[in-house]
Design a protein. Structure first.
Length: 202
């Protein structure tokens, strides 16, 4: 990364099956100064998950205290467990000159926009925010991809399709929309967006 380039906070959302994780992983491979945001959660570690590597594992009490203190950029209750991203985690990465990716749903992205709106204009997070929506080429193709996984029941696929229809309505909220039709083309478009956003911040 050039010393002239200011780091980016990349907020990336997509319906399940649109290829968001694969595209984000490709970005991490391509940009050595790019890192994933590490979220906090109240759920216990699974398997080989390590504190501070996969998640920051917090007690319910500590999580609630940090919410009350306004320390989270965004947070949500998911399947009975709380998840969230600390502002400090993002500040620390940006201060090191790293681009940081947040792979997050549309509700979380909206929370981040609202939080940023309340920050001072010279705040590092506010200046760094870039939000991107990854869309499938069509709902029919999305259904084909979900069915092709052969891991979900018909009921789960239908639920994902209903959620996707709602998520697609939020596309206008995002600064950039990338249609993941052909993976390489979508990955190149994402890389181009990042290069342009860096250029805009010189």
């Amino acid at each position: 990364m050039s010393s002239k380039q200011k780091p980016l906070l990349l907020v990336v959302s997509a319906p399940s099956g649109a290829g968001k994780s694969s595209l984000c992983n490709r970005l991490i491979e391509k940009f050595p100064q790019m890192v994933y945001s590490i979220s906090c959660t109240t759920r216990p570690p699974r398997g080989n998950e390590k504190q501070g590597v996969h998640y920051h594992f917090l007690s319910e009490e500590e999580f609630a205290s940090r919410v009350a203190n306004g320390e989270f950029l965004e947070h949500a209750l998911v399947h009975g467990n709380r998840y969230g991203t600390l502002k400090q985690t993002v500040y620390d990465a940006l201060a090191r000159g790293c681009d940081i990716i947040m792979d997050i749903d549309v509700q979380g992205a909206q929370q981040i926009r609202l939080t940023c709106a309340a920050l001072a204009d010279d705040d590092l997070i506010k200046q760094s925010l870039v939000d991107i929506f990854i869309a499938p080429p069509s709902m029919e193709e999305l259904r084909r991809r979900l069915c092709g996984r052969s891991t979900d029941s018909v009921e789960v696929i239908e639920k994902r399709m209903r959620n996707a229809a709602d998520e697609m309505n939020h596309q206008p909220d995002y600064q950039h929309i990338v249609i993941n039709d052909i993976f390489k083309r979508a990955a190149d478009e994402l890389s181009g967006i990042i290069a342009q956003e860096h250029h805009n911040r010189w």
